[in-house]
Design a binder for this molecule. Structure first.
Ligand SMILES: NC(=O)c1ccc[n+]([C@@H]2O[C@H](COP(=O)([O-])OP(=O)(O)OC[C@H]3O[C@@H](n4cnc5c(N)ncnc54)[C@H](O)[C@@H]3O)[C@@H](O)[C@H]2O)c1
Length: 334
């Protein structure tokens, strides 16, 4: 992803929390390529050292191994920073159902620490990862930023609380904030392993090993799958905007189309079969629905288009092709 067309000033120093994770490393890579100085704060809870290894030799890169649950760490990470892209959190709805306390500690208390540290360091803007899970049980479609339902999981509560805190910090302390409600992001470096892996990398690794992927439910559940380069674009546009109406609010970050799980597996199989034709023969298993899952998710991206000039370049097919190519070249299969 090239930020040159967006004209993001390369003199700015950016703190990326969760910078060893999937979205954080992709943001870091784009910013370093643009010539920016980047500070990464991560405790490797789910992030990977191997993700950041290529950055370590870059003189513009600083790594802080630390935890956002410690206020002093947040303060030192924010020192001398122009902008913050706050990604650090414990993702996954099932993880939060299994361990709501840790999810809350990291996603709420850690978030609050980062807001306090950002305020004290007088950063120019605090852009943070919100979530489509905030739409909860709302059945309206497409999802429009102002119409949300009740949260369906502890994770969704934490992400909604982030929005409430950011709003209060904007009003009370004048901190500029923008929340980005990501919709099922996918792409290079998303972790395929572990109990809480996201569906696309999990299915990719299973198909590459000729194992049957299990779809939770009948395959009709749908998502607005969003390629990582669209997400990078939105983060940078959120930093760039000088339109007062565009700040201290939240945006959907998506492509604006939905794909059901059955269609998703079909696309993955056909793209992966270009590398290994046997993947065409792998059967699909259908399992029980998962607790806390919303049936359908589709974003309206009108607000982002109007206020931030967001122009997503990757639809699901274009994004999946790139992602599959990356996994084929980079996955180490046992
Ligand atoms: N990937 C998606 O589809 C998606 C959707 C909605 C929201 N989000 C949000 O986007 C953000 C990034 O998600 P991701 O997909 O890159 O996940 P990820 O798990 O790959 O990245 C999260 C990073 O945060 C770090 N982290 C966790 N706890 C920490 C702590 N206490 N202190 C410091 N670092 C900590 C992890 O080690 C990891 O590197 C998260 O806030 C997540 O909730 C992601």
């Amino acid at each position: 992803m090239d930020l040159k067309n967006l004209n993001f000033n390369s003199n700015f120093k950016v703190l990326v929390t969760g910078g060893a994770g999937f979205i954080g490393t992709n943001l870091t890579e784009a910013l370093l390529k643009n010539g920016n100085k980047v500070v990464c704060l991560d405790n490797y809870a789910t992030g990977k050292k191997e993700n950041i290894t290529p950055f370590l030799t870059n003189p513009n890169y600083t790594l802080i191994e630390g935890d956002i649950r410690e206020l002093a760490t947040c303060h030192s990470a924010c020192s001398g920073i122009d902008y913050i892209l706050h990604q650090a959190a414990l993702g996954s709805v099932p993880r939060s159902i299994n361990d709501p306390i840790t999810s809350n500690d990291v996603n709420v208390s850690g978030f609050l620490n980062m807001l306090v540290a950002a305020r004290d360091a007088k950063v120019k803007r605090f852009v943070y990862a919100a979530s489509s899970s905030t739409y909860g049980d709302s059945t309206s479609m497409p999802k429009v930023e102002d119409v949300i339902g009740k949260p369906l999981s502890p994770y969704a509560i934490t992400k909604y609380v982030n929005e409430l805190y950011a709003d209060v910090f904007a009003k009370t302390y004048g901190l500029e904030t923008i929340g980005l409600r990501y919709f099922n992001v996918f792409g290079r470096r998303q972790d395929p392993n572990g109990a809480y892996a996201a569906v696309i990398p999990k299915f990719v690794i299973q198909l590459l090993q000729h194992q049957s992927p299990t779809i939770n439910g009948d395959g009709s559940f749908s998502r607005d799958f969003t390629y990582i380069d669209n997400v990078i674009q939105m983060n940078v546009r959120a930093l760039l905007s000088d339109n007062i109406k565009a700040i201290n609010t939240v945006y959907n970050v998506a492509y604006g189309e939905r794909t059901n799980l059955k269609e998703l597996v079909g696309l993955l199989k056909s793209f992966l079969a270009e590398f290994d034709t046997k993947i065409n023969d792998v059967a699909i298993i259908y399992g029980p629905e998962r607790q806390g899952d919303v049936p359908h998710s589709l974003a309206s991206i009108d607000k982002a288009k109007q206020l931030l000039n967001y122009q997503p370049e990757f639809d699901i097919k274009k994004g999946l092709k790139e992602a599959v190519h990356w996994y084929w070249n980079n996955l180490k299969l046992n």
